[in-house]
Design a protein around this ligand. Structure first.
Ligand SMILES: Nc1nc2c(c(=O)[nH]1)N[C@H]1C(S)=C(S)[C@@H](COP(=O)(O)O)O[C@H]1N2
Ligand SMILES: [Mo]
Length: 366
């Protein structure tokens, strides 16, 4: 059977080297994914411990998440090519242990392929499936990690025998093949990482976003037209703050309050990020005026009616951070409609999805 596959590179040392690179990409992707999930949708026990610093934390972890996920695609291809003759091994199951080993591979392979596929399409904002992206992506990651651990345990003897080059049998062509794989990984990384890494921006040929293209030099995910908020005018707009001492402000009254400027990024979960100077009123000042207690959480309500991010919640660590603003300006200009005119939330170390635009109401929670 094996003789049907003529390349000599279907061999363990090649599989181990690529497996190491793929494993590293997986681990980075998994850990940064957990961070992203925790920040975006924290379970109760974590909710009151989310840090609002470092300011660029989420920008870095989510940038790495998408970079390592994209790098995993050519690595998965190379790994699969290296080992696929074994998928046809006969008899298909030799023992209970062998059955377990193959189950691990089915879980790992199925989950890993689906994971990079759904992740890649997510960066393109394309959701051609009937299930919710985020939960599916989250649970598949755990299945992949479980499959990976089973796989490493089952292959441990072979992995350790081929871990060091001196102990593995020499095979001509191996070095060239590994170099080719490394070059393709470097290339896909270089032409997409510019969506989050500023000094790679000029090479950003294939990523879905250029972080400097859009109104006021910033990309837009959901436009005012799509959100149904393009017709918002200062005259009819009010900010309502609901709390122990509720009040309502016009835009002119909001502009008359002390204004602060902060350099903060929008870091989209899809991988692009861009920093800007935001100017507006501190959220904590607005909350103090409403008589909120120090540990109070906050609900932010947008004028947008139907979107999944029309209403968001903010933990006290963000609401109390002096850099967290209800922003009225970006880079010195009044917010464009697509960036949330007349007022939007901007807070440090938060996923872009929670930087709510077209805000009309803040509700103090408990
Ligand atoms: N009301 C509302 N706010 C929103 C969104 C939305 O769909 N509705 N999208 C969020 C997402 S996913 C991102 S990445 C940022 C993008 O902000 P920008 O369009 O100003 O760059 O806005 C966030 N704020
Ligand atoms: Mo986003």
């Amino acid at each position: 059977m094996q003789s049907a596959f003529r390349s000599r590179l279907h061999e363990p040392r090649t599989a181990v080297v690529i497996g190491r690179w793929l494993g590293a990409a997986f681990v980075i992707c998994f850990l940064t994914g957990l961070i992203s999930h925790g920040l975006q949708d924290p379970p109760g026990w974590l909710r009151d411990h989310l840090p609002s610093r470092p300011v660029d934390g989420y920008r870095i972890t989510q940038g790495l998440h998408v970079i390592s996920g994209i790098a995993a695609i050519p690595l998965l291809g190379a790994k699969l090519w290296t080992v696929y003759p074994r998928l046809f091994a006969w008899p298909p199951v030799r023992s209970v242990l062998h059955a377990l080993e193959r189950l691990g591979i089915v879980l790992l392979l199925g989950a890993a392929l689906l994971e990079v596929f759904t992740g890649l399409l997510n960066t393109l904002q394309w959701y051609p499936w009937p299930f919710p992206f985020r939960q599916t992506h989250f649970w598949l990651a755990w299945i992949a990690v479980g499959g990976l651990l089973l796989h490493i345990a089952a292959k441990y003897p072979e992995i350790s025998a081929n871990w060091r080059r001196v102990r593995a049998a020499p095979v001509p062509g191996r070095r060239a093949f590994l170099t080719g794989v490394a070059v393709s990984v470097a290339t896909v990384t270089a032409v997409t990482a510019g969506q989050s890494v500023p000094w790679l921006r000029r090479l950003d040929l294939l990523a879905p976003r250029r972080p400097d293209i859009g109104p006021q030099g910033l990309p837009v995910n959901r436009t005012a037209a799509a959100a149904g908020t393009a017709g918002v005018r200062a005259a009819g707009w009010r900010l309502t703050v609901a709390g122990p001492a509720p009040y309502t402000l016009t835009l002119a009254e909001l502009e008359a309050l002390p204004q602060y400027t902060a350099l903060l990024p929008i870091s989209c979960v899809e991988g692009w990020s861009a920093s800007a100077h935001w100017t507006g009123v501190r959220v904590r000042d607005l909350l103090d005026r409403a008589g909120a207690r120090a540990g109070a959480r906050l609900r932010v309500v947008s004028l947008e009616r139907y979107g999944g991010y029309a209403t968001t919640e903010m933990e006290a660590s963000y609401a109390r951070d002096p850099l967290t603003l209800l922003a009225l300006r970006v880079n010195g200009e009044v917010l464009a409609p697509d960036h949330g005119y007349p007022a939007r939330i901007i807070a440090p170390n938060r996923p872009g999805v929670l930087q709510t635009k077209w805000v009309s109401r803040l509700e103090v929670l408990g």
